[in-house]
Every structure is written in C-alpha cells, then in structure tokens.
Design a protein around this ligand. Structure first.
Ligand code: SF4
Length: 207
C-alpha cells in the first residue's frame, strides 16, 4: 500500500468526476462517467492534467460516494483516469462498480502495478516512467502520444511488447497537432496495423 491514509483503497484522492463523452481511443464517442484521481509522478511536459499531479490537493474520498454519483447517469460506462490512477489500489473501487454492473475502462501509463478489474485497459506508455509488469500483454489498446518524430520509435518499442490482439493507436500531442498529424497520417498509411486517435473532446469543447 503506497499511501496509508487511503486505507488500502477505501478512500481515493478524487480530483473530479463528471459525465461526458469519451474523446479518444477505441471508445471514442461513447458516453461515460469519468473518475479522475489526483496524483501522478510521471511528469510529461505536455500533460493536459497538470493540476492533478499533487494528490495532497484532493480530499481522500470514500469510494462509496464516488460510486453513488456514478450510478446517477444513464450510461453504464466508467472511465478511471488521472493523474495516474494505478498509483492507488483500485480493487475495492472496481468491485463496487462491478456490483452496479458498470463497464470499467482504465486510462493508464502503466507506471505502477495493475490493480482492479477492467473491461478495457488503455495503456499510454510514457518514456519518462515506462510501464511495469506485463501490462503490455493485458492492454486492450496501446495509445502512444506523438509529440515528435522520434516518438514513433517509442511506439514501435511498445508495440513489440504488446499482445497480437492489442489495438494500436497513434495520437498527436494536442499542442503539436498541426505538425504531427501529417506525419502520423503518412506513418499509418505505411504501417496500417496502427490507427489514428484524435482528442475529439477538445474539438467538441467538452471535458
Ligand atoms: S502520465 Fe498522464 S497524468 Fe501523468 S504527467 Fe503524463 S500525461 Fe499527465
């Protein structure tokens, strides 16, 4: 257990939760309740959730309260994101969500060991703190953020570790999309095992 006051996952530092549309990756376009946990020590320069990095800013929240909010909405899909949600043991939260028959999607860099049960795991590996364990083999999708051309090498290194069934996505880093989209388009045309993921929620101006 990494943070004792969270009582092994009975409490989690909730940064925010909201009902919206998943904007990226395989589940793009689906309505889902997002649970964003505070805390991440990966430190990506282009992170669009830097406000979540310090978990001390977010109150340890009983997981029952989180689930009670989640069940109010029509969609039965949950996205657990962060920050880096695997900083915390997620078994208890997932168990409660499963009791409510929720489908659970995880967004993770894989930089901490996997905990919890998921219907879909999106692994988005980061060079600064690479994935641990065998999460490449378990991931439903591999989503690599492309900020510069060399990141395509990182993408292929991670693809080599993934299972054959893992879906492969390249996603332009938002602030560099004008430069990266043409490069990714050409790359995917030449390497069609990959698909393109765009942050469609940002185009739609939704959270
Ligand atoms: S792993 Fe995710 S939350 Fe953490 S710094 Fe990188 S982009 Fe931000």
């Amino acid at each position: 257990m990494r943070i004792p006051e969270l009582n092994n996952g009975d409490l989690l530092p909730l940064a925010e939760s909201f009902y919206t549309i998943q904007g990226e990756g395989y589940n793009t376009g689906k309505a889902a309740f997002f649970i964003r946990l505070g805390g991440c020590d990966v430190g990506c320069s282009w992170c669009d959730a830097k406000e979540t990095w310090n978990p001390a800013l977010y109150p340890p929240t009983p997981i029952e309260n989180i689930v009670n909010e989640a069940v109010k909405y029509k969609a039965k899909s949950i996205v657990i994101t962060g920050g880096e949600p695997l900083t915390y043991p997620l078994d208890k939260l997932c168990k409660l969500l499963k009791k409510e028959r929720m489908q659970i999607f995880l967004e993770t860099s894989g930089s901490y060991p996997l905990s919890g049960i998921f219907d879909w795991i999106c692994l988005s590996p980061k060079k600064r703190k690479p994935p641990v364990g065998d999460i490449h083999q378990i991931a439903s999708e591999l989503k690599v953020i492309i900020e510069k051309e060399e990141d395509l090498i990182w993408a292929e290194e991670n693809r080599a570790k993934a299972a054959k069934s893992t879906l492969l996505y390249l996603q332009p880093e938002w602030s560099r999309r004008a430069e990266m989209v043409p490069l990714i388009v050409e790359y995917v045309k030449n390497n069609p095992a990959w698909s393109i993921s765009l942050q469609t929620h940002k185009y739609m101006n939704i959270p």
